[in-house]
Design a protein around this ligand. Structure first.
Ligand code: MG
Ligand code: MG
Ligand code: MG
Length: 346
C-alpha cells in the first residue's frame, strides 16, 4: 500500500525503509495520527494544561487510533514553557486542537483530571466515555457505564505508557519523549513525594530507549519552566492553576517553581494585585500560590482571600506579608488538596 507523504512530497510504501525514511515518525506525521480526519471523540487534559495533560492526550490518541478508534487530541489552553521545551526537544510537530467547551453531543475522554471545575465548559452534559487519571476523586459522577482508570501514581503519562506497552503499540520517539518529559515534570525528576516505583521504572526505561541522560535532560526541562522574568503576573498565576470546590468554598491553587534564586516573590506586590483581581472575578474564598524550589523540594506559599485561616490551620503556619515557608512541600495533589479537603469536611 502506498501513501502520499506531504512532508517529503513523495509517495512512499508503508513498509519502505529508505534512508530518507529512517524513522516511522517521518512516514506517518504525528498530526495525522493524533488528529485523524473524521475523528469525533475528543481527548483532553485539564484547563491551563501542563506537560502531563498534553502528553497524555497525545499518547491516548495514539493508542486508541492505533486500535481503530477515531480520537482527536485536544487542549483546553495554551502550552506552557515546559511543554514547548519538550515538544521542541523531541520534534513533536503537531498542534493539538484548541477547545474550551464541549457540546451535549460530544463524546469525550478525560486524562490527567476528573473534576468538572477543571474541565471543558459544559462537560456535565457531554458523554464521558473514559477517564485516565492519577488525582483524587471528589466531585465525579457519571450516569452511564464508563471506562475509568485511576492509579495513585505520580503521573498520568506513567499509566498511559503502561497501556501502550501492554497493547504492544510501536514506540515513536516523539510520543515516547513526551511521556518521559511529563513524568519528569509531574514528579520533579522523581523527587516529589508523589513518585512511585512505577514512575521511576517508566522514566528510566523511557530515557534508555530514547538515549537521554535522565538527570541532565530532567534539569534542563524543569529549568525551562522556571523562567518567569518575561511572564506577566497573570501568566505566572494561571500557568499551572486549578480551581477546587471544597466544602462550600471556592479555592484556586496555583503552582510556580524556580531553580536556585529568582523566586517570583521578588514581584510579590504586582502578583498580589493580579490575585485580588482573580479573587473578585471568580468569587474565590481562597487563593493559594505554591512557589516551589525544585532543587531543594520546599515551597513558599503566597496566600490571599477571606479564608486564609484555612491554610494557616492546615500547615500550622503564620503568614507574614501573606507568605510562609513550608519545608518539604512540593505537591498540590498529595500534600495540599487532601489536607484542605479533610479540614473542610470536619
Ligand atoms: Mg496535570
Ligand atoms: Mg498529572
Ligand atoms: Mg504539575
Amino acid at each position: 500500500m502506498f501513501r502520499f507523504n506531504k512532508k517529503l512530497n513523495i509517495w512512499v510504501k508503508e513498509d519502505e525503509t529508505s534512508p530518507l525514511l529512517e524513522s516511522q515518525d517521518k512516514l506517518f506525521p504525528l498530526s495525522e495520527i493524533i488528529n485523524p480526519a473524521g475523528s469525533y471523540i475528543k481527548v483532553f487534559g485539564h484547563q491551563h494544561p501542563d506537560l502531563d495533560s498534553i502528553a497524555s492526550s497525545i499518547a491516548v490518541a495514539y493508542l486508541l487510533n492505533s486500535r481503530g478508534m477515531n480520537v482527536n487530541a485536544c487542549r483546553l489552553g495554551k502550552y506552557n514553557a515546559e511543554t514547548l521545551f519538550a515538544m521542541k526537544h523531541f520534534s513533536v510537530e503537531v498542534d493539538l486542537q484548541y477547545i474550551d467547551a464541549v457540546s451535549d453531543k460530544d463524546k469525550v475522554i478525560l486524562v490527567d483530571h476528573n473534576e468538572a471545575s477543571q474541565s471543558a465548559v459544559n462537560i456535565e452534559n457531554a458523554d464521558i466515555m473514559m477517564v485516565i487519571d492519577h488525582h483524587g476523586i471528589n466531585n465525579f459522577s457519571n450516569a452511564n457505564p464508563i471506562d475509568f482508570t485511576t492509579k495513585p501514581w505520580g503521573c498520568a503519562s506513567t499509566i498511559i505508557y503502561k497501556m501502550l506497552k501492554e497493547a504492544n503499540i510501536k514506540p515513536r520517539r516523539d510520543v515516547w519523549g513526551m511521556l518521559l518529559s511529563a513524568i519528569i515534570s509531574d514528579t520533579l525528576l522523581l523527587r516529589s513525594p508523589t513518585t512511585t516505583e512505577e514512575d521511576k521504572g517508566a522514566a528510566k526505561e523511557l530515557a534508555t530507549q530514547l538515549g537521554e541522560n535522565l538527570e541532565k535532560y530532567g534539569i534542563a526541562l524543569l529549568s525551562s519552566g522556571t523562567d518567569t522574568s518575561k511572564m506577566t503576573a497573570r501568566d505566572i498565576l494561571l500557568g499551572d492553576s486549578k480551581l477546587y470546590t471544597l466544602g462550600k468554598l471556592r479555592i484556586r491553587i496555583s503552582a510556580t517553581s524556580f531553580v536556585k534564586h529568582d523566586s517570583v516573590l521578588d514581584r510579590r506586590k504586582e502578583i498580589e494585585l493580579e490575585m485580588f483581581d482573580i479573587i473578585s472575578n471568580e468569587s474565590l474564598d481562597l487563593f493559594l500560590v505554591m512557589i516551589t524550589d525544585i532543587i531543594n523540594c520546599d515551597s513558599d506559599l503566597l496566600v490571599l482571600g477571606n479564608r486564609r485561616d484555612i491554610v494557616c490551620r492546615a500547615f500550622g503556619i503564620m503568614l507574614r506579608n501573606n507568605t510562609a515557608f513550608v519545608k518539604g512541600l512540593v505537591s498540590r495533589k498529595k500534600q495540599v488538596v487532601p489536607v484542605l479537603t479533610k479540614l473542610l469536611k470536619s
